[in-house]
Design a protein around this ligand. Structure first.
Ligand code: 1CP
Length: 367
């Protein structure tokens, strides 16, 4: 593979470990599959070394760099899935917004959306192959280089979460600027959410065409909405995305499992389990048994250990994992954290988490 640019999305190596894909579909597996949100990240010294001195979004635009960062955690741990290294904010960029990663501050939009008229400044029709083709190339390259070890997950931010960043101009604790739009400019809000939905659908289809074997939709800011706002401004778009992606894939005889992760959106759990997604991701504020009851076996579940439990000694991590597995059961379940890994986490404890999931679930399956 001399020139990575010439690698095509076909003749992919045969998949050797399908536990993750089977669990997404609710099928039996020998062990519970496990991966971690932000598994490619700053808690790994090799990640910090590779990223040192490089601009974050420049890194995102390099398929070779994304491939390397995606593979790094898999060299250390027997994760059952890989997630492509990228970021949710590549979509606002593709729509014409400037987004920079400011060290110590996080993603920053120098000119966030302020008033409904600002929607006119956005690119309404996005050619995803032109604007986001670099992500597709990264996916194709990574799928080849994974050599069938585990499936590759593609992802996107959900419309409300992206809208929140585009208005707030970065991270926020209250999201009051973005929520102001929901209460003051509901029509413009729906217009923006619809525009984002259209781009997201094309983007996800492009990821599948490039080789993504599952898709996760991150509604990271569900928690700042209440049940009423969630029903109006988040859920319909989450549903639309899954339905449109699935309908289009069906036309070409394809099917990939889709995961929806609405962080802190416990009030929407019943609805999320009836939204065309195979898997519902959970944060740690939901009790596993109650999540199973409330979703009534309609979907597989993913999550949900408190990431901070990784600060505990390894024996304690093992106990927590065992309890979590007993709560969820080993079928139709993908172990993960309730949110991403933090930069100060010890890679050894991440290894202990993965091992505990594999060991305890094999044991429970024998009972
Ligand atoms: O320089 C760095 O390494 C910065 C840290 C970092 C990383 C590793 C950012 C900045 N993004 C990423 C990669 C990333 N982002 C992945 C890679 C794959 C993996 O998980 O291993 C993924 C899936 C994302 C998705 C993402 N970006 C989300 C959704 C997941 C979540 O955390 O809720 C969100 C909200 C973002 C925005 C973002 N990007 C980066 C930061 C620090 C943030 C959060 C900003 C904030 O709200 O304060």
């Amino acid at each position: 593979m001399e020139n990575d640019d010439l690698i095509l999305p076909k003749d992919f190596p045969k998949l050797k470990n399908d536990a993750f894909l089977r669990a997404c579909q609710g099928q039996e597996t020998n062990h519970v599959p496990v991966w971690c949100m932000r598994q490619a990240g700053r808690y790994l010294p090799e990640f910090r070394e590779f990223r040192a001195g490089k601009d974050f979004f420049e890194t995102c635009r390099s398929p070779a760099a994304c491939c390397e960062l995606t593979l790094q955690p898999l060299r250390r741990f027997p994760f059952d899935a890989a997630i492509i290294f990228s970021d949710i904010l590549v979509i606002p960029q593709a729509m014409g917004m400037d987004v920079q990663m400011v060290s110590g501050k996080g993603p920053t939009f120098p000119e966030p959306l302020k008033e409904p008229e600002d929607l006119l400044l956005l690119q309404h029709k996005v050619d995803v192959n032109k604007e986001l083709g670099y992500v597709f190339k990264a996916i194709t390259l990574t799928r080849h280089k994974l050599d069938g070890k585990v499936p590759l997950i593609g992802f996107t931010g959900a419309p409300w979460t992206l809208m929140a960043y585009m208005i707030e101009g970065g991270g926020s604790t209250t999201h009051s600027k973005a929520k102001r739009w929901l209460y003051r400019h509901p029509e413009a809000s729906h217009k923006l959410l619809k525009m984002l939905t259209d781009v997201i659908v094309e983007y996800l289809l492009g990821q599948v065409a490039a080789g993504a074997q599952a898709l996760q939709v991150f509604e990271s800011h569900a928690g700042c909405l209440g049940p009423v706002e969630f029903q109006e401004f988040s859920l319909p778009y989450l549903r639309d995305i899954a339905r449109k992606v699935k309908d289009q894939l069906k036309e070409s005889g394809q099917d990939v499992p889709m995961i929806v992760f609405a962080k802190d959106g416990h009030y929407g759990l019943e609805d999320l389990s009836q939204s065309h997604y195979e898997v519902v991701g959970l944060d740690w504020t939901i009790d596993p048994r109650s999540a199973r009851e409330r979703t009534g076996g309609k979907v597989s579940l993913q999550g949900n250990m408190d990431p901070c439990a990784l600060y505990a000694p390894k024996e304690r991590i093992s106990e927590i994992v065992k309890k979590m597995l007993e709560g969820f059961g080993t079928r139709g379940y993908i172990a993960n954290l309730g949110h991403g890994l933090y930069p100060d986490m010890d890679p050894e404890n991440v290894g202990a988490f993965v091992e505990a999931v594999h060991t305890h679930s094999r044991h429970l399956n024998l009972k």
